[in-house]
Design a protein around this ligand. Sequence first.
Ligand code: FO1
Length: 330
Amino acid sequence: MSRARTRRSVTVLCGGFGAARFLQHGPLAAAPHSWDLRLVVNTGDDFAYHGLQISPDLDSVLYALAGCFDEQRGWGLVPDTFHATTALGRYTDAWFKVGDRDLAQHLRRSQLLAQGMSLAEATRVLGAAWQIRADLLPMSNDPVRTVIATDEGLLAFQDYVVRRRGEPRVEAIAYEGIDSACCAPGVLTAVTDSDLVLLAPSNPIGSLGPILALPGMSAALRSRPAPVVAVTPVVAARPPRTPPERSRYAVREAFLAACGIPHSPAGVAAHYRDLIDGFVLDERDAGARAQIEDLGVATLSVDTLAAPAARGTMTARVLDWACSLARITR
Ligand code: FO1
């Protein structure tokens, strides 16, 4: 029996931190679940670490929906400790700091995959264990790996971002396996059939890039009758303050530069312009509004960095405005 369509449906294309912070404490995560929520999450950052299959963006989004994503650290869940990582450091280079409670998630996912489950099936099992009501979908069950061509050679995503702290000079970014990857079951339907598609405020190249590069994805976005709206990942008027913010900023700057995209809200809007009908600006960058509307894209200015207490109001405003947009005929 299909659910009465009293609720509007929204599909959010997600990376890690930006998507998790946008979702957490908002009307999409918390009850009373006034939206049918589908999340299509980047898996290009996934990697094997000391025998564990790690899916960082899937975990960040899942923890955000469960209301326990660690926004300060930028990954994992709160509260957590790091005794296992410290103990691992006795034997080997434990460069990827996995929290003890977070470790349970990686152990269980690795076990389910070893039993032959697809990543989508394993994600469903993990989501059920957290009572997640949304459809949490990896972008693909096939291995896609974001690799970074640097002046020191090719680096896997986590090697570049975490182990090497983003120091090597980025020359290009590629998504290994993308041409033969298929969208995971339900992904294309979630994109074509929902009342709204949102591009989360994630790294346009490192996080949403793999999703948008999937065979069939951009055609599905272009062909849908209802709006597509991007939320700016760049707040030009608010420089990064904390070490995690500086790290994310530097990686985004390096990736955009390698692709010839200005590190600005207008630069990102222009990058998405063939896919989107609207662009959510941060109110601190309202000066970029005219430049973006000259692209033919509608804009809304809100406090995209709203603290948790104000995030629900901000997100509700974005969702209502986005649903009100007409599709740009192309
Ligand atoms: N990022 C870091 O900068 N340092 C870490 O030690 C680290 C550990 C980590 C463990 C689990 C996890 O899910 C994510 C982790 N991250 C860490 C963040 C990760 O690199 C990013 O979440 C994404 O891959 C980029 O969006």
